[in-house]
Design a protein around this ligand. Structure first.
Ligand code: ADP
Ligand code: MG
Length: 221
């Protein structure tokens, strides 16, 4: 359960205060999928970054499963984040010296995994349609293919919450559909909570709860 209350983040640019996120309040239940649309510059990325504990708000609260993110010290916060949350960014960054399968498995390198993690990595890579690029390096992949590797990687650690920032922005239509199907499958089968920021109205409409961001203000659609 994510509860956001009166969340505000102001940036000062050339002495001018700009409210990137302006008193945003909303809640997302466990296993829900919500979408957020809005023009460029309306504060969507800032909001995700606040919810994910990467940016500190000026005021307001983010509660995840009853815990106030900003009441924890840095170590606790990063552990909490690593355990529960995964991001899919607008611009994915893969490790250039690792292959597709190695990049996808990288987040598991520091934990104990009893299950067949390599098998799961292969399955995720198949789902994003890159089985023939299993051993390719990022420099041999297109931008869209790199994005798909990053999407596969986001699920390997079985996160409880996925925050996706325009995850299908540079994908062709077919791959976009597959990725969205993957999100729905992960949502239904594994109960992962999703907040998806998207320009694509069709994708936004598939979420049960839909929001719009306008000049830092979030409203239900
Ligand atoms: N680190 C930052 N420093 C200063 N201004 C920022 C910073 N990040 C975002 N902004 C500003 O905050 C506003 C919202 O940005 P952003 O959250 O990236 O919007 P969106 O993701 O909807 O395009 C924009 O006007 C942007 O220029
Ligand atoms: Mg953005």
């Amino acid at each position: 359960m994510i509860e956001v209350k009166d969340l505000t983040k102001t940036y000062t640019i050339d002495g001018q205060a700009l409210k990137a996120v302006d008193k945003v309040s909303f809640a997302v239940g466990k296993g829900e999928m919500v979408s957020i649309i809005g023009h460029s510059g309306s504060g969507k990325t800032t909001l995700l970054s606040l919810i994910g504990g990467l940016t500190k708000p000026d005021s307001g609260q983010v509660m995840i499963d009853g815990i106030n993110l900003w009441s924890m010290n840095d170590d606790c916060l990063s552990e909490f984040r690593n355990k529960k949350i995964n991001f899919i960014y607008q611009f994915s960054s893969l490790i250039p010296t690792l292959t597709t399968i190695e990049n996808v498995m990288l987040p598991t390198a520091f934990g104990n995994y009893s299950e067949d993690i390599e098998g799961y990595a292969r399955e995720l890579i198949r789902v994003v349609g890159l089985e023939d690029k299993m051993n390719s390096y990022p420099s041999h992949l297109s931008g869209g293919q790199q994005r798909r590797v990053a999407i596969a990687r986001a699920f390997i650690n079985s996160p409880e919450i996925v925050l996706a920032d325009e995850p299908t922005g540079d994908l062709d239509e077919d791959t976009e559909k597959e990725v969205i199907q993957l999100f729905h499958r992960m949502n239904e089968e594994k109960g992962i909570t999703f907040i998806v920021v998207t320009h694509n109205k069709e994708i936004a409409n598939q979420a049960k709860k839909q929001f719009k961001m306008t000049n830092g203000i979030l409203s239900a659609i």
